[in-house]
Design a protein around this ligand. Structure first.
Ligand code: NAG
Ligand code: NAG
Ligand code: NAG
Ligand code: NAG
Ligand code: FE2
Length: 437
């Protein structure tokens, strides 16, 4: 959608190495897989996954995200229903008896006729790398204990595994996507989420109760590993007809991130200036892999949101090529698609060079908006399949980006109808900085 989300509509993650002598191109495959045709339906309010945890003022909707640039801080968030309760998080590393505490802040907001619970955000800092921590929230009322493992210190050959989920929503299919992610034998250590979380805005007056149910639904993963957020159009919640004129109000109250949002989008805006300064700062000797997340895809051959990413592509694509971005993940289109390495940056108004061309210095573009939300699958594709499109399929699923070292990463897309270990589309990535070719 082009609106700029919380810490960004563009997010980097950094990591390692690779090369690949194999031919990357599948020559443009439109999968013939026969997917389910039933309607995608939201889970009812009394579903098991939406259950409120028992006990007075018990913390619910617990989730964590990375709390600083290096990975030594975590933001712990939760909601209490009855009263604010303690703002404390008590935490300790598995190697230590010594318990530490941190104190956070409580937020509430109103949305039309809805009043939120007490939304807690607490940043815990100075953590050791690569260490398992336990943490307790709900101190003094109903205590609940969770755990997470911090990422390793940055370095050129540190393996790390990301899950990729987009446009998740809270349907039965969304639940299957999360279940497949949890049961994937290649265990994701953090989720890169490409936007569109709860789809509460599809309910009358954007019924924010569906933001709460979504928070309870994803707790089983998001309380134990960081989910790195990108905002999508379903986070905007701008409804002047009912007096709701602050964009992203529910989202920003519920999903805090460590850096300020740029708020604007377009040439010369804060987002533009931020990205212009940020890209050259990425030190590929420390963090070999450069990954960008955005909501609306630039290279999309479905008949949905067609060319919506175009204004952003025109602004930023040349930078992505120049700074050797490895891969760009997007959502928005409720299907799966992977591109060849292509760019379309030669056009200068007079030279007529305005088609995507194969470009080994360019990123791969992956649309992973197939989390399973109630709007259903995007099944209508453009024909013929464009040259730049390597693989496309309208099925729900998730992906894993598994960084092995500075030159290699293994990528696999999993569809929900298959067994947990089955990959329906795979690619060895060779790092654009360390092993272009
Ligand atoms: C969601 O998935 C979990 C894990 O497979 C399962 O236990 C639960 O019953 C499912 N709930 C619904 C409403 O589908
Ligand atoms: C990049 O990181 C390497 C390894 O830490 C360091 O030696 C180098 O000076 C850094 N480069 C810049 C431009 O900061
Ligand atoms: C697919 O999309 C095209 C372009 O928007 C439209 O003309 C066509 O009717 C659609 N087909 C179906 C089956 O919806
Ligand atoms: C990087 O990982 C790939 C894939 O596992 C492996 O083939 C390669 O030897 C590794 N490179 C180094 C320098 O370890
Ligand atoms: Fe979307």
């Amino acid at each position: 959608m082009g609106s700029s989300p919380s810490s960004s509509s563009v997010v980097f993650a950094v990591l390692f190495l690779v090369f690949n002598a194999a031919v990357l191109c599948h020559g443009g495959k439109t999968s013939s897989f026969v997917r389910k045709v039933e309607k995608t339906v939201d889970m009812p309010l009394d579903s098991d996954v939406f259950r409120v945890p028992p006990g007075y003022n018990a913390p619910q909707q617990v989730h964590i995200t990375q709390g600083d640039h290096a990975g030594k801080a975590v933001i712990v968030s939760w909601v209490t229903a009855n009263e604010p309760g303690s703002k404390k998080v008590i935490y300790w590393s598995e190697n230590s008896e010594h318990k530490e505490e941190a104190e956070g802040k409580v937020y509430t907001y109103e949305f039309y006729n809805y009043k939120s619970g007490y939304i807690h955000h607490c940043t815990i800092r100075n953590l050791e790398f690569n260490t398992k921590y336990y943490y307790v929230v709900g101190v003094g009322h109903t205590e609940r204990t969770f755990w997470f493992t911090t990422p390793p210190a940055v370095g050129p050959d540190v393996p790390y595994t990301f899950g990729l989920i987009g446009d998740l929503g809270q349907s039965y299919d969304s639940n299957i996507t999360v279940t497949h992610y949890e049961n994937n034998p290649t265990k994701g250590q953090a989720v890169l989420f490409v936007g569109d979380l709860s789809y509460a805005d599809n309910y009358p007056n954007h019924d924010n109760v569906r933001w709460d149910t979504w928070g309870r639904f994803v707790e089983r993963s998001a309380a134990y590993q960081p989910w790195i957020w990108t905002a999508g159009n379903h986070e905007i919640d701008f409804v002047p007809e009912i007096g709701e004129t602050i964009p992203f109000k529910p989202y920003t109250n519920r999903y805090q991130v460590p850096y300020r949002a740029s708020q604007t989008y377009g040439k010369y805006t804060p987002q533009y200036k931020w990205l212009e300064q940020e890209l050259p700062k990425v030190n590929r000797s420390e963090t070999p892999w450069l990954i960008v997340l955005m909501h609306s895809p630039w290279y999309n051959s479905y008949n949905y949101h067609y060319m919506e990413g175009e204004t952003m592509r025109v602004m930023y694509e040349a930078w992505f090529v120049k700074y050797k971005v490895d891969v760009v993940f997007a959502g928005h289109v409720h299907a799966y698609e992977r591109s060849e390495r292509v760019s379309n940056i030669a056009y200068n108004i007079v030279n007529g060079k305005c088609v995507p061309v194969r470009d080994q210095t360019a990123p791969v573009y992956i649309t992973i908006g197939d989390g399973g939300n109630l709007e259903g699958l995007a099944t209508n594709m453009t024909y013929p399949q464009p040259e730049y499109s390597a693989y496309r399929e309208a099925s729900f699923g998730h992906a894993i980006f598994d960084i092995k070292n500075r030159t290699h990463a293994f990528y696999g897309w999993h569809r929900n109808q298959d067994g947990y270990a089955v990959e329906a589309d795979t690619m060895w990535f060779s790092n654009r900085y360390w092993h272009p070719g």
